[in-house]
Design a protein around this ligand. Sequence first.
Ligand SMILES: C[S@@+](CC[C@H](N)C(=O)[O-])C[C@H]1O[C@@H](n2cnc3c(N)ncnc32)[C@H](O)[C@@H]1O
Length: 314
Amino acid sequence: MTTMNKNETYHEHQPVLLQESVEYLITDPGGIYVDATLGGGGHSLALLSQLNSDARLVGIDQDDEALRAANDRIGNDARFSPLKGNFGYLTRLLSPELQGEVSGVLFDLGVSTHQISDAGRGFTFQEEGPLDMRMSNLRGVTAYQVVNEYSYEDLRDVIYHYGEERFSRKIAREIIDRRPLETTTELREAVEAVVYGKHQIKSVARVFQGIRIEVNRELDMLREGLEQSLEILHTGGRIVAISYHSLEDRIVKKFFKAGNHEGKIEKDFYGNPMTPIEEISGGIIRPTEEEINKNRAARSAKMRVAEKINLPEV
Ligand SMILES: C[S@@+](CC[C@H](N)C(=O)[O-])C[C@H]1O[C@@H](n2cnc3c(N)ncnc32)[C@H](O)[C@@H]1O
């Protein structure tokens, strides 16, 4: 278990692609912005340093500890409003007068260094902790329920689809044989009992990733968050999305291409594309070698940026 002061560890979360994301996000220094994944407030602090006194920044997180730490870090700034909630409910979280007025929404997805390094939250397989993995203490299933109560088929599918783990069948069977599992160590041991060799640790990481995605409904929430961002942005407003695994990036890529999750480009009667969004980053932006050397957590980051565009008149 970590013995560090909780806010201290939050401050240790090094914001990824900081300069690049801030530069892309801000189109109007006096505009309204949403940091949909406030975390320790690293990106928000940098945004505030570039915004003028007319600007507003709403910082959302579903984790109480993140909100507390970000508040401490940012201090009393009249432009900043922290908000507890899930970005999957963005339009409901923001006050009605902000809808259609927002200049930029930032998603820095996944978990923060703090959440991972607090063994008591159950995200890490490197230390023993309870099978929890909830980012929010609001509600929802825990990792314990997924591991101990899901049917074989559901557990296998979580591991296969969300963990992208090819040994999902034998891992799911082993977990079920060992029930009940109480701790992250027991879950890790179940995987290690059936996957051998140099890829063993990657399989453990993938199983943990799959269960975390299921517990937090991460992919559904991302789809919702992207769709609702488009509703709250004004024309010319931007979405900056930093993702950390291919499942997230695939969702972002498809949405930025077509403005819907099917990736289907709608056309008008004359065959003109009716896409409400345009990717302006020219594909993926990755951290530099220098950033990765300083911050290992940045190594899998992929950033994409899109702008809301005017639909042509018909
Ligand atoms: C990678 S951290 C963000 C770090 C932040 N950019 C910084 O520089 O300190 C991701 C944060 O997003 C939060 N989060 C993830 N999914 C969320 C969701 N659906 N709704 C609200 N917050 C979410 C997590 O609780 C975590 O604090």
